[in-house]
Ligand binder design. Structure first.
Ligand code: PCA
Length: 333
């Protein structure tokens, strides 16, 4: 597997090397945290978490060591929230919209056609974060930081011009939005983890999917599909969070090291994601893929499905949806 040095793009990432041990005579053993994620070690988000862990270890002078367990190896992505609550891992990273069963508001960033730029995604997060923090605190969890994937588009093995072209397509899904859109289009939804995309395409289990250009590149999508339609449909985020009990158990200085490193990881992650958008669209092109906009006819249908999805979403989420979207639409920052 080709290793992509997204960190190198910003000139960060120098290995920080071994950290100093505890001072002689200090009886306190270093704390160990496990951090579970469903994504591959080489993906942008996981590399960012690795840097976060190195920075925490350094800033806490070795008092806290976070070990990252990528690729569903410790806990499968959909189960990470419950596993961190139960203490199987002290911390975790999840696609926020994969938490909707437990935290409906977490799906706000995957409601189609609300945001299509990083600036608006930031603004949405500004209003979503305090509400989400409260919802997670009720579950004994504390959000640390969130980093977006690039905007979501559509990959297909054959060109699609209208809704009828989706009949019989097997569309890979990764959250409630992608399942619902596949259903509305008349395609068959097939749940596949990111790491399994190449295999699923090779075996014909899927022939289309909505995801980012970045995930397309990381799946070497050009081997199987030729078409990418830039829908800019939504900008989903991954959330890194920790068990409140574990955070509270740290010394004040180590807790500060975690929160400071989280703030840095947040800023770095948003920049890396934006840089990855440009780089990955170029890479898709360089492999001969056709990058296009969907036809106005299909855009009309997909927009209609987006509106229907939004209505369904607001009904499920209730008051928090109003608390989030009223300020988002009425206040400018
Ligand atoms: N990649 C992840 C989530 C969103 C994205 O761009 C995936 O396809 O599962």
């Amino acid at each position: 597997m080709q290793r992509r040095d997204w960190m190198g793009a910003l000139g960060g990432a120098a290995a920080l090397g071994a950290v100093g041990g505890l001072a002689a005579g200090d009886a306190r053993a270093a704390t160990q945290w496990k951090l579970a994620t469903g994504y591959k070690p080489e993906t942008l988000h996981t590399q960012n978490i690795e840097q976060f862990a190195r920075e925490v270890e350094k800033a806490s002078s070795g008092d806290l060591k976070i070990t990252v367990h990528p690729n569903n190896s410790l806990v499968k992505l959909p189960e990470i929230l419950g596993a961190v609550q139960a203490g199987k891992a002290e911390a975790g990273e999840m696609l926020m919209s994969a938490m909707v069963k437990d935290v409906p508001l977490a799906g706000a960033d995957s409601v189609p056609f609300i945001v299509s730029t990083y600036k608006d995604a930031r603004r949405l997060w500004h209003y979503q974060a305090p509400l989400l923090e409260k919802a997670l605190l009720d579950k004994g969890l504390v959000p640390l930081y969130a980093v977006p994937w690039p905007p979501q588009g559509l990959f297909t093995v054959k060109p699609v011009r209208n809704k009828s072209d989706f009949q019989g397509l097997k569309m890979r899904t990764y959250n409630a939005t992608t399942v619902r859109i596949a259903e509305m289009l008349g395609a068959q939804p097939v749940d596949v983890a990111t790491a399994d995309i190449p295999k699923a395409l090779a075996s014909g289990q899927i022939d289309s999917m909505i995801t980012s250009s970045l995930t397309g590149v990381e799946s070497q999508i050009w081997t199987h599909t030729k078409y990418y339609y830039e829908l800019n449909a939504w900008i989903p985020k991954n959330l890194v969070f920790v068990q409140k009990k574990a955070l509270d158990a740290l010394s004040p200085a180590t807790r500060k090291a975690v929160l400071d490193a989280a703030k840095a990881a947040d800023e770095r992650g948003w920049s890396l994601s934006e840089a990855a958008l440009k780089a990955s669209v170029n890479e898709l092109k360089s492999h001969g893929m056709t990058i296009d906009r969907i036809t106005p006819e299909l855009a009309k249908d997909i927009n209609r499905f987006g509106e229907r999805f939004s209505r369904e979403w607001v009904q499920t989420v209730g008051n928090d949806a109003t608390r989030l979207f009223v300020p988002f639409y009425t206040q400018s920052q």
